[in-house]
Ligand binder design. Structure first.
Ligand code: ATP
Ligand code: MG
Length: 451
């Protein structure tokens, strides 16, 4: 067992316990339900989510915090958002909240609107009946259920915990608290079944293992390795979204290592895999090490609170492939080559035209920042600095310089020049049609650097 665990991990070290002590006074019930007294500081909870829960409870419904927020609290992290789950059906929820809208076609859930946020309130639901002829993919999950069924339909044990705000108690049907305590990523139920019925869960498992510095439990890991190619059955936007989420927020290096070790890299980014394999076949792991170095540098930036745009994240990941010199054919059009190389990747991950174009601009600008002497160059580069994508290019250039130790001086110089020129942040990007703002938000670009 121990050997198996070692085999399937990203980080090799011994299991760590959580930073926060878990309450030990737990109650076990015949249906596998565990109740664990675990007070979280009320100031760590979202006030509005708590108000929603209290109103539902006051009207006779069961209501809990659920999913990612309970997991993050348990790991001592600040949750991104707070989701609520309840026994109340959508029309009953709507009756209780004036500021409420029912959304969703496949599964109807309620959005309760507050001035600055929306709290998502879902009704307990059961997993749908599965087709019986080996058809595992979930087609329809629109069936209300019990709290226990709702926990069981979720992906990972640590994602299926309910938090009873009033009793300050975690309700656990799946062993998620113990897994959190041991930092273990485990699929609920049989991973052979659960990962195939929704293959995106494999990427989610890898993402959370990387982000939480947790070990993937052996049977979950083996199922990922075995069924990794099934990921491509998922819709491209889901694959792209989950892969990009993996490379957001400070755990790029461990995510990459897990993708690599599981063989998933070959499935989702075969171009990068082939590039690294070619080098390895020549007996050099330099490219692989350089990749790790750059990713670690990106993680370091994230931990320092530096936001990197999606174009920069993609650049970190893909520049070895996209900027590699073409074998033999000299004089081919670099811009064209870059576009052609990126096209299949963009298709597989449903990366928008706008985002693809930005990546192309950023990578080309980065190449121009590497110093070549001459006056004309300085003038041309002065113009480059006024481009809306320059901030991204500089981020990527600086990151690569810090990772490799090459061009560090130049990167600092450019940063100084740029900050002198634009003390209030980068220039406005050109106005685009309709989709611009929404897709930018969806892709997680934030703050001044999006310019
Ligand atoms: P994050 O903090 O990155 O948002 P999250 O776990 O909250 O992580 P979401 O995509 O917001 O991720 O999903 C919310 C919850 O819905 C999860 O915690 C999990 O319980 C459930 N869930 C999400 N995706 C799946 C899936 N593919 N299969 C089963 N359950 C899922
Ligand atoms: Mg979430």
């Amino acid at each position: 067992m121990i050997d198996e665990t070692e085999k399937s991990t990203n980080n090799g070290g011994s299991p760590r316990t959580l930073p926060l002590p878990l309450g030990r006074d737990s109650d076990s019930e015949p249906d596998g339900k565990l109740e664990i007294h675990r007070p979280f500081d009320e100031s760590d909870l979202d006030g509005e989510a708590v108000r929603v829960i209290r109103r539902l409870s006051a009207n006779g419904h069961a209501a809990y915090l659920v999913g990612g927020c309970v997991r993050d609290l348990l790991f001592g992290l600040r949750p991104k958002d707070f989701d609520v789950v309840t026994s109340a059906h959508p029309p009953e929820i709507r009756k209780l909240f004036r500021n409420c809208r029912i959304i969703g076609r496949r599964f109807r859930l309620a959005h309760v609107y507050f001035r600055e946020k929306v709290i998502e309130v879902a009704t307990f639901r059961a997993e749908s009946m599965l087709g019986d002829e080996g058809e595992l993919l979930i087609r329809d999950d629109n069936v209300f259920g019990t709290a226990k069924q709702d926990a069981w339909r979720r992906d990972l044990t640590i994602n299926a915990l309910l938090y009873d705000v009033e009793r300050q108690t975690i309700v656990d049907y799946v062993g998620g608290v113990e897994d959190a305590e041991n930092r273990v990523i485990r699929v609920i139920g049989d991973p052979q079944v659960r990962l195939r019925e929704d293959p995106i869960r494999m990427l989610r498992a890898i993402r959370l293992a990387a982000r939480l510095d947790a070990k993937v439990e052996p049977s979950t890991w083996d199922a990922i390795v075995e069924h990794r190619h099934d990921v491509l059955q998922a819709a491209a936007p889901r694959i792209g979204e989950d892969l990009l989420r993996m490379f957001r927020g400070g755990a790029m290096a461990p995510a990459f290592d897990l993708l690599h070790a599981s063989g998933m890299l070959e499935v989702v980014l075969p171009e990068l895999h082939a590039h690294l394999q070619r080098e390895l076949a020549r007996g050099s792991d330099e490219e692989l090490q350089a990749m790790r170095h750059t990713l670690r540098q990106a993680d370091l930036y994230a931990h320092e609170g530096r936001q990197l745009s999606q174009a920069v994240q993609l650049g970190v990941l893909l520049s070895p492939v996209l900027l590699a010199r073409p074998a033999g054919e000299s004089g081919s059009d670099e811009a064209q080559l870059l576009t052609e190389r990126f096209r299949p990747i963009a298709q597989r991950l449903a990366i928008s035209k706008r985002e693809s174009e930005r990546l192309r601009q950023v990578l080309r600008a980065v190449k121009r920042l590497a110093p070549r002497p001459g006056r004309r160059r300085r003038r041309a580069l002065g113009a480059l600095m006024r481009r809306h994508y320059f901030a991204d290019a500089l981020d990527l250039f600086e990151l690569m310089a810090d990772a490799t130790g090459q061009y560090v001086e130049e990167a600092r110089l450019w940063r100084r020049r740029y900050e002198e020129e634009y003390p209030n942040g980068p220039p406005e990007p050109p106005r685009r049609r309709k989709r611009t703002r929404r897709s930018r938000r969806e892709h997680g670009e934030k703050g001044a650097r999006t310019g």
